[in-house]
Design a protein around this ligand. Structure first.
Ligand code: UDP
Ligand code: MG
Length: 325
């Protein structure tokens, strides 16, 4: 097989602190891979600026003008990590045999990308980067992430354990991915649904080199909740089950209190009354909230809004002449 044409897609949101380092590390890697004839010499890096508020785009733009491996895609506003990834691979797919997505913070080991390419040459359309160890993550992040994967597994969502968004996809896989119409794209859940021959490559995940995580606890919880409710109706079934159980339980209670009333001593019964009011009220609210969550999802999907809006595509189109200096 000929050396494939590779595009490495890097979503960036306010990454000015780390970006210069990322650019030089990835450029060096790509140069090396081209030198070894592992990938085609037309291979490129595609930095997607996800509506950053700092100098991220300026840095990318300057690199493009220099004329190295760097290309850029600027989104009109912040669309979120998953959408920025999609924007990048969609823009790159026509001019690439395969695409690798990687975060801008260099937490993932870029030196396993050649192994991704090996697997691709062996016919794998999707190659997952899997974290072998999580020792650099904080205890908190590690345990919450682990319980997330376990929970998703129990709910019947097929996730690749300890795989984030560091993966290779062939052009065919990307074309299939684009057919998934949902506007809420949780890629880790959707990509395994595509099929094709896949492989996993293991690596150690490092600490973020600079800048801060764009996933503080609040966003992490929102991400997990979104992941669960987008892929599974188990929560709604659990509410139903709890509802049925509490109904049966309250029948038993009722019988018991009736027996007490006729054959034993009855107290005022205030405790049981107030407890059941709270119990039933809580259950109802919980159920309503969950139903609302799903209805909200339907509402969002029916709007069919674009997932992202491209401001400037400097991957497929050259720089406008008047912008060159
Ligand atoms: N990112 C993005 N848009 C956003 C948030 C994050 O493109 O709205 C990018 C970010 O620049 C980084 C990647 O997504 O390249 C992952 O984010 P981060 O490293 O903050 O997440 P963590 O690794 O802490 O989960
Ligand atoms: Mg990170």
């Amino acid at each position: 097989m000929q050396a494939p044409l590779l595009t490495i897609v890097i979503p960036c949101y306010n990454e000015e602190e780390i970006l210069p380092e990322t650019i030089s590390a990835l450029s060096a890697l790509l140069e090396d891979m081209i030198g070894r004839h592992q990938v085609d010499q037309g291979s490129r890096l595609l930095f997607v600026d996800d509506g950053s508020k700092d100098h991220t785009w300026k840095i990318i733009y300057k690199e493009i003008i220099k004329g190295g491996f760097v290309k850029g895609l600027k989104l009109a506003r912040n669309a979120g990590h998953q959408n920025a990834l999609l924007a990048g691979i969609s823009a790159a797919k026509e001019a690439s045999d395969c695409m690798v997505t990687i975060d801008a913070d260099l937490q993932d080991d870029i030196h396993v990308i050649p192994s991704f390419i090996e697997r691709f040459k062996e016919g794998c359309e999707i190659v997952y980067g899997v974290r072998a160890k999580r020792k650099t993550d904080s205890f908190f992040k590690r345990t919450t992430a682990e319980s997330f994967y376990k929970l998703m597994g129990r709910m019947g969502v097929d996730l690749v354990y300890n795989h984030a968004d560091f993966r290779l996809m062939g052009r065919r896989a990307v074309e299939e991915l684009e057919k998934f119409g949902e506007s809420n794209m949780f890629l880790r859940g959707i990509v395994p649904l595509i099929g094709f021959k896949t492989a996993e490559v293991y690596y150690d995940r490092k600490e973020r080199l600079a800048g801060e995580t764009k996933y503080p606890l609040k966003k992490m919880l929102a991400f997990a909740f979104d992941g669960i409710t987008s892929f599974s109706i188990t929560p709604i079934r659990m509410v139903l089950l709890v509802g049925v159980l509490s109904f049966l339980g309250s029948l038993g209670f009722g019988g018991y209190f009736l027996l007490l009333k006729f054959f034993g001593e009855t107290e005022t019964g205030w405790t049981s009354l107030i407890t059941s009011i709270w119990l039933i009220g809580g259950l109802q609210l919980m159920g309503l909230g969950l139903v609302g969550e799903y209805i909200g999802k339907i509402y969002k999907e029916t709007k069919r809004r674009p997932k992202y809006i491209v401001d400037m595509d400097l991957f497929n189109f050259p720089l406008p002449r008047h912008l060159l200096n």
